[in-house]
Design a binder for this molecule. Structure first.
Ligand SMILES: [Zn+2]
Length: 88
């Protein structure tokens, strides 16, 4: 709802370059990933051995610091409160 109580459509617009095409934007969020520790035996080798691959990607929580990135100028900007998010 707009401030005047009338219906106004939410919109997406880059504050830097004015791009208002949602298909030229992408959704960014910060997600913590982890790797498992495999071995650590400092008497023989000071290396902490860590799995090269990330542990399962299942069960991610939603990320922090959600924002949009304009692909025309690469400016990142917050989502308007008027825009709701659905994941599919
Ligand atoms: Zn832009």
């Amino acid at each position: 709802m707009g401030q005047n109580g009338l219906t106004t459509l939410p919109y997406l617009k880059c504050p830097k370059c004015g791009n208002d095409s949602w298909s030229d934007m992408r959704y960014l969020e910060d997600i913590v990933v982890y790797r498992e520790l495999r071995r650590f035996n400092p008497k023989a080798d000071p290396a902490l051995v860590i799995a090269s691959g990330y542990a399962s990607g299942e069960g991610y929580d939603y990320g922090e610091n959600a924002r949009l990135e304009c692909l025309a100028c690469f400016k990142e900007f917050p989502l308007s409160d008027e825009v709701t998010i659905d994941f599919e």
